[in-house]
Structure formats: C-alpha cells, structure tokens
Design a protein around this ligand. Structure first.
Ligand SMILES: [Zn+2]
Length: 258
C-alpha cells in the first residue's frame, strides 16, 4: 500500500473494515474493470469503436434485423478485443474475495466474461454476454464458441442450426430490454445486501446505475472505486478515485491479512 497517498491508504483501510464486517456483499462492475485488460467501453463515445458508426444505426435490435452483415462488421472490433483480452488483477481480486466468502454476487455491465475467466462463480451479466448467441426467430441459444471464431477468421455469419435465421450475440443492444431473469436476480441481490461495492462504473447507464440506490434504501454500506466521480459519491462510506486494478488487489491482500 506504500505506493498510495495517505488518503487512499485510509480509504483502503476503511473499505477493508467494512467488507470484513459485512455478511452479504454485492459488487457492481462496469467498463472500468475491463479497460485495464484493453477492452474499450463499447457504449462510450470516445473510445473509437463508434467513430465509424452511429450506434443506433448498427447496434440496435432493429438495425441487426435490417442488416445483420453490417452489424457483424461493427461487432468485429469488439469481438476481436474481447478474444485477445485476459482478466486483470481487479478480476482476480474479486474472484478471490468470492472464493473466501467476502463477496456473494458480482453484477456486471460487461459482456466480456472476464469475471468468469478469473474464477468468479456467481456473476449476473445484466447487459448480456458474448458467451452465447440466440436466434431471434426460434429463440434457440448456442455457445458462441466456434461461431465467433469462424466469423472473425473467415467472415462466416453465424446461422441458427434449427431454422437457419441469423444468430444474434446475446449482448444487450441499444433499445433492447435487459435479460429479465438476470435483472430480477440483480435487483433482489441489491435489496438484500448489507454492502455494495461499485467498481469501474461511473453509474451513468440506466437502469443499472440505479441499483446502488436499492441497496442504500435498505441500509447497506456503499464503497465506490472509480476513476471519475459518480452521482453517489456523496452517499458512499468510502470513495476511491483510483485504478481498480491497483486498489482491489491491495484491498484483497489487506483482507487476507485481517
Ligand atoms: Zn432459429
């Protein structure tokens, strides 16, 4: 911890105490947890991925239905980035905290499956995932393994093995509903938790940004770890405007000493 400023060290100690004394902790992660792995925030306007495209013209459900080839061309950058990425110390730290019982649920806005690859088990992907593809006609769901590689390598657009309709990656597109069962579980977890840790999210994308409010309304503690400020900084017990890939491992090592 010696590399941090005094106030950051105090914040880390305070976070460790709160986590240590909590019974049901929920973590909410956003794009900031995956940027140290080299994955751009695909909803953010200044990361380059939108430069060539208007998101509402390519990355919405109606645009996918209208022109799936264009949709897949847009998705190539995102899918390649995810395929080449590895979990970073923030992902591994959160997986460790779940393994030793300090965290019960990880709710993530990320679609890259890096939490699972780092070892997290109870992950709620509220913005969907690149791990599966679904048929928008017959609702068949398949693992994306093989299909996405075939697209990236040979440009083969994936088709449903049952009805031969184009398959859609299960990430939540612009204007699309969140996956209902996952969203209900996430809301439930936030209502029941006594600690919510927000990591790498600026809490700007609704409705997920409202989840910490559900936790606060029920008396939970709140720890925020994010580069920039959020609308809930004033309500949090601890605010750390730091790099998640540095802060989370230091919290983990302090907790394991405790
Ligand atoms: Zn089908």
């Amino acid at each position: 911890m010696s590399e941090f400023s005094n106030s950051t060290r105090m914040g880390v100690r305070c976070a460790v105490e709160i986590i240590h004394s909590s019974q049901r902790s929920v973590v909410l992660t956003g794009a900031g947890v995956s940027t140290p792995s080299g994955i751009p925030d695909f909803r953010s306007t200044n990361t380059g991925i939108w430069e060539k495209y208007d998101p509402f013209e390519v990355a919405s459900l109606s645009a996918f239905r209208y022109n799936p080839t264009r949709f897949y061309e847009w998705m190539r950058t995102l899918a390649t980035g995810i395929q080449e990425a590895s979990p970073n110390p923030a992902h591994y730290g959160l997986a460790k905290l779940e393994e030793v019982g300090y965290i019960q649920t990880v709710i993530t806005q990320n679609i890259d499956r890096l939490h699972q690859r780092a070892g997290s088990k109870n992950v709620l992907e509220v913005h969907g995932s690149m791990g599966t593809l679904s048929c928008t006609r017959c609702y068949r769901t398949v693992s994306s393994q093989g299909y996405l590689e075939a697209y990236l390598l040979h440009g083969e657009i994936p088709y449903c093995p049952d009805c031969h309709n184009v398959l859609k990656p299960d990430l939540v597109l612009m204007g699309e509903q969140l996956p209902a069962k996952t969203w209900l579980k996430a809301q439930e977890a936030c209502k029941k938790c006594d600690l919510m840790i927000v990591a790498g999210s600026s809490l700007e994308v609704l409705p997920v940004a409202g989840l910490p409010m559900r936790a606060l309304e029920n008396g939970a503690h709140l720890i925020l770890i994010n580069h920039s400020t959020t609308y809930l900084d004033v309500r949090a017990d601890v605010v750390l405007h730091e790099d998640v890939a540095e802060i989370i491992p230091s919290i983990v090592s302090e907790l394991l000493k405790a």
